[in-house]
Design a protein around this ligand. Sequence first.
Ligand SMILES: C[S@@+](CC[C@H](N)C(=O)[O-])C[C@H]1O[C@@H](n2cnc3c(N)ncnc32)[C@H](O)[C@@H]1O
Length: 195
Amino acid sequence: MQKGNDENNGLRGAVALAHFFLRQYLRPGDRAVDATCGNGHDTLLLAGLVGPTGKVWGFDIQPEALGATGARLAAAGCRGWVELIGAGHERLADYVQEPVRTVVFNLGYLPGGDKGVITRPPSTLAALDRSLQLLTPGGIVVIVIYPGHPGGAEEAAAVEGWGARLPVEKYSVWCSRQLNRAATAPYLLVIEKLA
Ligand SMILES: C[S@@+](CC[C@H](N)C(=O)[O-])C[C@H]1O[C@@H](n2cnc3c(N)ncnc32)[C@H](O)[C@@H]1O
């Protein structure tokens, strides 16, 4: 079983920082959601961290993304405890009812795929709302945000506005940017539901 390929590669970008947080929070037996499977890198990390006594749900609207994710999981021996769902994450409530420790969003378009198929504010915000309801106290939602592609800046603003409105007595909402990179570089939001 593999735990992802960036374990000793430093915090070179928002995805690496997201994985750093996931490694701190997830333990064997936990439940987690990948709201945007894409090529399956995040799903694989989640599956490796929760192990066969845990459970991962993975969402994507593109069959090629789910195919790539399924193949990656199978190659690593992690397919058995991951449910892959060909539906938008805005339908999270239809598929996941159990409390979860973590929900991961990696917004934007599928790398190597159709750049016209992107995550969009209405469905992203609906899924984020539902994620907070599912989250166990002490759990986290991590969101990798890409402001650089067409539509990305609007989505970034919508997600930041959503996060800024969360009540401070219930949630810690963190934003991490790399100050020595372009303003359009990917960055990370982490929302912790306070215990
Ligand atoms: C940046 S990619 C995710 C990368 C992925 N986490 C990885 O490790 O390779 C964004 C993905 O979100 C998917 N997507 C777009 N809208 C969606 C929606 N409403 N629900 C679920 N997935 C969606 C796209 O099809 C795309 O595969």
